[in-house]
Design a protein around this ligand. Structure first.
Ligand SMILES: [Zn+2]
Length: 76
């Protein structure tokens, strides 16, 4: 698991993990925001609290490939 849950940040405040799950998504894709890296990985959102949003998660994510802080979270 390249991304740790406490560091994960999701995208926009309206996009809740609960919403993701209700749409059938069990994973989101996390992309390093370092343009020289672009490491990406799937992250399991099944066990995150319903009220956690992409926006909560995104800024605190730390890339395990390059150490960059901050990542993009996408559903596909
Ligand atoms: Zn990176």
């Amino acid at each position: 698991m390249p991304w740790t849950i406490p560091n994960l940040l999701l995208h926009d405040g309206r996009c809740r993990c609960q919403t993701q799950r209700s749409l059938g998504f069990k994973k989101v894709w996390v992309y390093c925001s370092n343009p020289d890296c672009h490491h990406n990985a799937g992250l399991d959102v099944e066990h995150l609290p319903d009220e956690v949003t992409f926006n909560d998660l995104q800024p605190g994510m730390v890339c395990t490939a390059c150490g960059h802080r901050g990542a993009d979270v996408r559903t596909a």
